[in-house]
Ligand binder design. Structure first.
Ligand SMILES: Cc1ncc(COP(=O)(O)O)c(C=O)c1O
Length: 382
């Protein structure tokens, strides 16, 4: 199908850009000498994940058991479920392991560790569990020097649960925007996770995997001694948030929302689009960064950027394209909004946050360099 024939709004993946992003990350990991385990929550799409594995990824990271079930059914067996386990979800984890899935769990507290041990004992299953380490204070995990780290390690180790390793995610990297600050955080992430592994080993608990990563720290890391693997997710498509962080160019962003001009408010200089927040998502993360992209960056159908324009507002099924505040080039053109953006014209919007925008759609349209496209399914839910 040609781009012009696709009904709007629709999520497009520029396949050449995606492949370039995959190759860039894999080359970086090969240079650093670590295994790469992509986080597939960004796309939840088998076609994308197959491309990541073809490039050299070893195993995947998931954020839901639904992802684990779907990817295992498609033949991918090495899966890290990187969200702290709760007892109520253990039967689903057990079912996956019984089918032969090498599903690895994560915990960051003694209660969940004890529940996994008791459930495993009850069902004759030896789970493999990694301990989540907090290396930057942004979310969950146990700090490397906390006593709880050893408490959790011992609960698992002494009750027949294999400690697979330690893992951390320095998500505060999204708040940074210089190479030096990103490299420093990558080192903090590495050093904290390695330190946690050393403490467990000193306590007599084997800790084979040392798993680190976020897209910014993975791309900024200068060396990763002691780490065995890196996880990153959003790098595969990139987005405006990552552009503001400084780890991609605008023309690396592989995801865009195809939309149609459906009307105007001439006196206000607005073109109205059929992509509102239901298509673009309500993610406004760039409002906290150096460049606020509103609800997204408009481009022509062929991908050419429209500098000076922004999606300034979004209702459920309406988006508003307007001149970016104070931009002289756009202010001049906005006089002729109906001429520049006639009804029926198709545009593409680069998203603030690729994971959130992709999740608004049941499928992607994967666009080849010649402009033809095929559908790639993605899935929902937990
Ligand atoms: C546990 C964990 N690992 C890895 C990632 C990947 O981070 P990014 O999308 O920045 O690459 C995430 C993302 O939220 C995560 O939660």
């Amino acid at each position: 199908m040609k781009l012009e024939q696709i009904e709007t709004p629709a999520a497009l993946i520029d396949v050449a850009r995606m492949q370039k992003n995959i190759a860039r990350m894999q080359a970086k990991m090969n240079t650093l000498g670590v295994a790469f385990r992509p986080h597939v929550k960004t796309t939840k799409c088998l076609d994308v994940v197959r491309a990541q594995i073809a490039a050299g990824a070893r195993g995947i990271t998931v954020s839901t058991l639904k992802e684990a079930e779907a990817f295992f059914a498609a033949g991918i067996g090495d899966i890290l479920y990187a969200v702290s386990m709760v007892p109520a979800k253990l039967p689903r984890a057990l079912a996956l392991r019984r089918q032969g899935c090498d599903l690895k769990l994560v915990v960051d507290n003694p209660t969940a560790a004890a529940a996994i041990a008791a459930f495993g004992d009850q069902h004759g299953e030896s789970f493999e569990v990694s301990i989540e380490v907090d290396t930057d204070g942004h979310r969950s995990g146990i700090q490397p020097e906390q006593q709880t780290l050893l408490d959790v390690g011992r609960i698992l180790h002494e009750n027949g649960v294999k400690v697979g390793g330690v893992m951390t995610h320095a998500g505060s990297s999204y708040e940074l925007n210089t190479p030096e600050a990103l490299a420093a955080l990558a080192e903090q992430e590495r050093a904290g996770c390695v330190r946690a592994a050393e403490r467990l080993r000193e306590a007599g608990i084997a800790c084979p995997a040392v798993s680190v990563g976020s897209t910014p720290t993975a791309l900024a890391a200068r060396y990763l001694e002691g780490a065995t693997e890196v996880r990153a997710g959003v790098y595969v498509l990139f987005d405006l948030v990552m552009h503001n962080v400084g780890v991609c160019m605008l023309d690396d962003i592989a995801l865009s929302v195809l939309t149609t001009v459906i009307g105007h408010q001439e006196d206000k200089g607005w073109a109205i689009l059929d992509a509102g927040w239901m298509a673009l998502s309500r993610d406004r993360s760039t409002s906290r960064q150096s460049h606020d992209f509103g609800y997204g960056q408009p481009c022509l159908l062929n991908g050419t950027l429209l500098p000076g324009y922004v999606i300034s507002g979004a209702n459920q099924e309406h988006g508003i394209l307007a001149a970016a505040r104070g931009d002289p080039q756009a202010d001049a053109q906005i006089e002729d909004i109906t001429q520049h953006f006639p009804i029926g014209m198709k545009l593409r919007i680069l998203p603030n946050h690729a994971c959130a925008t992709g999740a608004q759609f049941p499928e992607y349209h994967a666009v080849a360099p010649d402009g033809s496209s095929v559908e790639w399914q993605r899935f929902y839910g937990w």
